[in-house]
Design a protein around this ligand. Structure first.
Ligand code: ADP
Ligand code: ADP
Ligand code: MG
Length: 502
């Protein structure tokens, strides 16, 4: 069924709202923003052709309020809703309500979201099509007794995971039986508070694995293709920070096999629109399905940079009922792309989220540097939402050149007012393991947490340097601070102090 979409409400905020609205504008369509009280000064609310207040601060009473969002879509005369990622993007009830209101949900069908949103059901569904899943038991465990039995069958170490999980929440690694009871309780209560669903299940914990995921596109008529992989093994708290494509871990054969498995996984649930099939790859080269994210993924830019697709445009085209005129065999990509997620976090203090006013932002620019940002100088990183500030992506013809470009872009990035993940990203890109392409999801635990004091203090020096550059801008200094690391910090801060006091 073909239908024309004219006006799209973006049920999200920050960088992803801006990113989606840019494509809406390029397609000659009209964008509608909805914003909470906290977000009234955010760029996305201004970038939209129209913007409506959601009245409230908490996510629960704004971006998670299905009724309010649909009411605003109707009021604006929108004919479709794009959910972005996070918030209501993987809420099947929302997708259903949107369709019930006579609007187009830009994403898969509600039933698909429901099946894939339950990790235990997803495991069953994809494995029925021959896709390998992590060894484990798909049936949720409730009591300690049940968990003990399953854990013994699966064999330690095990990972307890929330069936409804997402964003790395509700997961507990258990090495031996004596930790099991407390971990089970912990996982269940976190699952309950994060997802209003306390069901957990048990998977074998794969040691030093790599996270490899495939971007898929599927139209409404059964045509399903993938746009190759992304490697997202640099994580903290089971959540991605640095992603790249192609992955150094895949041979051409393995890539082809996993790509086929990703397409089978999508087909197993009658998938429509853009989605991501996540796998975990063991040290032994065996791969297993983890989950399917039924939405636009945070790290989709690196696929766009290497394949030339605009994934949001594809999403809208598919939602309008267009055919995917693509052939898997002829799908190509070029060069190498890396993304760094810039979060407001204290990287030397366990990646603790930071909040505050963004005093000064200067974003990197230049050849093949892409910044997906939703903030500007003066905005606030608040406690209300996710602390992601922006995403920095680069492209170059080879992996080594892409690494060099990313390091340059990170150096050019100035953010003051909050602590950011920039120093951590710089550390990753400079590390031997990353440069050699030999890393796993244990990177943080193995490298970062063990980095010695000099490493850390060097980083703080670099951070200070960033602040100094920013300060020199603010003061419209004639003397720019030398940024190649040789400026004696003490002397420079003395200089700065002088500038402030005079
Ligand atoms: P991706 O797989 O696209 O990298 P993430 O797991 O990092 O996605 O999550 C995407 C965004 O949505 C992040 O901002 C994350 O904090 C948020 N998010 C994802 N799932 C949930 C959830 N179930 N509850 C709360 N926030 C979530
Ligand atoms: P979420 O929905 O929170 O994204 P995932 O199932 O995708 O949950 O897992 C998130 C991350 O946790 C993975 O990228 C991986 O690093 C780790 N992980 C998940 N399952 C396993 C497992 N069985 N063994 C080892 N690590 C795992
Ligand atoms: Mg995941």
């Amino acid at each position: 069924m073909k239908r024309q979409i004219r006006k799209i409400l973006v049920a999200n905020r920050g960088e992803i709202a801006v990113r989606i609205m840019r494509t809406i504008r390029e397609m000659g369509k009209i964008s509608v923003a909805v914003y909470s009280d906290v977000d009234i000064k955010m760029p996305f609310a201004r970038y939209a052709d129209e913007a409506y207040p959601l009245a409230g601060k908490e996510a629960r009473e704004t971006y998670l309020d299905i009724g309010k969002i649909i009411w605003n879509a109707r009021k604006a005369g929108a004919d479709a809703i794009h959910p972005g990622y996070g918030f209501l993007s993987e809420n099947s009830e929302f997708a259903r309500e949107v369709e019930r209101a006579g609007l187009v949900f830009i994403g898969p069908k509600a039933d698909t979201i429901k099946v894939m949103g339950d990790k235990t059901e997803a495991r069953e569904t994809v494995s029925s099509q021959g896709v390998p899943v992590v060894p484990g038991i798909s049936k949720p465990v409730d009591t300690f007794h049940e968990a003990k039995e399953v854990a013994n069958k699966v064999g330690y170490p095990i990972l307890i995971k929330a069936a409804a999980g997402g964003g790395g929440k509700g997961m507990r690694l258990v090495h031996e039986e004596k930790e099991l009871e407390a971990s089970l309780r912990g996982a269940q209560s976190e699952a309950l508070s994060s997802f209003a669903d306390k069901r957990v299940f048990i998977e074998k914990y794969i040691i030093n694995p790599r996270h490899i995921e495939f971007q898929v596109l599927a139209d409404n008529y059964g045509k399903t293709v993938h746009l190759f992989e992304r490697e997202c093994s640099i994580q903290r708290r089971h959540q991605k920070v640095v992603e790249e494509t192609p992955s150094a871990a895949l041979t051409a054969e393995l890539r082809e096999e996993m790509g086929k498995a990703a397409v089978s996984a999508a087909k197993s649930c009658g998938y429509q629109n853009a989605g991501t099939v996540e796998f975990i790859l063991g040290e032994d080269g065996k791969y297993y399905f983890l989950e399917m994210n039924t939405r636009l993924q945070v790290e989709h830019p690196i696929t766009e940079l290497t394949t030339g697709f605009d994934i949001v445009r594809e999403q809208i085209n598919i939602a309008e009922g267009r055919n995917l005129d693509l052939s898997q065999e002829r799908m190509t990509r070029r060069g190498h792309s890396i993304e760094c997620r810039i979060y407001a976090e204290d990287v030397v203090n366990n990646f603790l989220p930071d909040t505050g006013k963004l005093e000064l932002i200067r974003e990197p620019v230049g050849n093949n540097v892409r910044v997906d940002s939703g903030v500007e100088t003066g905005n606030e990183i608040s406690v209300y939402y996710d602390p992601m500030i922006a995403k920095l992506s680069v492209w170059d013809s080879t992996r080594d050149l892409a690494i060099q470009k990313m390091l340059r872009a990170l150096d050019d990035y100035v953010i003051t007012g909050v602590k950011t993940t920039i120093p951590f990203c710089r550390y990753v890109l400079q590390s031997d393991d990353f440069r050699k392409g030999k890393y796993s999801t244990s990177f943080v635990e193995k490298n970062w947490n063990k980095s010695d004091e000099t490493g850390v203090s060097n980083l703080s020096t670099r951070e200070l340097e960033g602040a100094l550059i920013a300060a020199s801008f603010r003061l419209r200094s004639d003397a720019m601070v030398n940024r190649n690391g040789h400026v004696p910090v003490l002397k420079t801060s003395e200089w700065l102090k002088g500038r402030f006091e005079s």
